[in-house]
Design a protein around this ligand. Structure first.
Ligand code: CA
Length: 227
């Protein structure tokens, strides 16, 4: 999962990035508001940490523009309590805010809380599958193969853990979208194929070229646990 850190103070951006990486996230840093929007357009971002006071375009404006097209979780970083009041009072569309100076550990907890699947929890698999080789950990939003975390995006995590939640069931593309992605999704049915392709690339190995995802021709996909 990838976090976009938007912060013009390099030292803060680097500390936050180091903590996030230690927790298994990928990070990308933008040092002004325009760069943030460029990166957001280009990369698949799972969460934005957004400083309020930024060069070129302030955090509030960045938040507003991102919200025009995405419901990605946004956590605002504010410099002083006065700014927090502003964020709280404004309808910025941010999901949460943290006041500087902040404890990186608290910030990481807030990030995890935002990234945890909410409404779809019942359809998310949890535990070990495929003779224990594949593990799904909804708390960390993590897929592990043989104990090693596989770097996946949030959408990839939701799709894979939905398939795994009912191993013998075949899912149509439309069902995968509705169950795994819900309201967050605004693409086409066939975009699922791209997510599946990426998941396979990340999970595949000799003997499991399909990455434990079986194509059921003319219908959709199912988790392939060799049974
Ligand atoms: Ca700043």
């Amino acid at each position: 999962m990838k976090i976009l850190i938007v912060e013009d103070e390099t030292s803060i951006a680097e500390v936050v990035s180091a903590y996030a990486k230690r927790d298994g996230y990928e990070t990308v840093i933008a040092s002004d508001g325009l760069e943030a929007l460029e990166i957001f357009e280009r990369d698949e971002i799972d969460l934005i940490l957004l400083d309020l006071m930024l060069p070129k375009l302030n955090g509030e404006e960045v938040c507003r523009r991102v919200r025009e097209k995405s419901s990605v979780p946004i956590i605002m970083l504010t410099a002083k309590s006065g700014e927090s009041d502003v964020v709280e009072g404004l309808d910025t569309g941010a999901n949460d805010y943290v006041t500087k100076p902040f404890s990186p550990r608290v910030l990481m907890a807030r990030i995890r809380a935002q990234l945890r699947p909410k409404e779809t929890r019942d359809n998310i698999a949890s535990g070990a599958f495929a003779d224990g080789r594949i593990e799904i950990d909804p708390e960390r939003v993590e897929i592990r193969k043989d104990g090693t975390p596989i770097p996946v995006t949030k959408s990839e995590f939701l799709i894979f853990s939905t398939l795994v939640s009912k191993p013998i069931r075949t899912w149509s593309r439309e069902e995968i979208i509705r169950t795994a992605l819900g309201d967050d999704y605004d693409g086409f049915d066939r975009t699922i194929d791209t997510y599946i392709k990426n998941l396979r690339k990340k999970l595949a190995e000799p003997g499991h070229e399909n990455g434990w995802i079986k194509t059921v021709y003319g219908f959709g996909y199912r988790f392939d646990d060799d049974k």
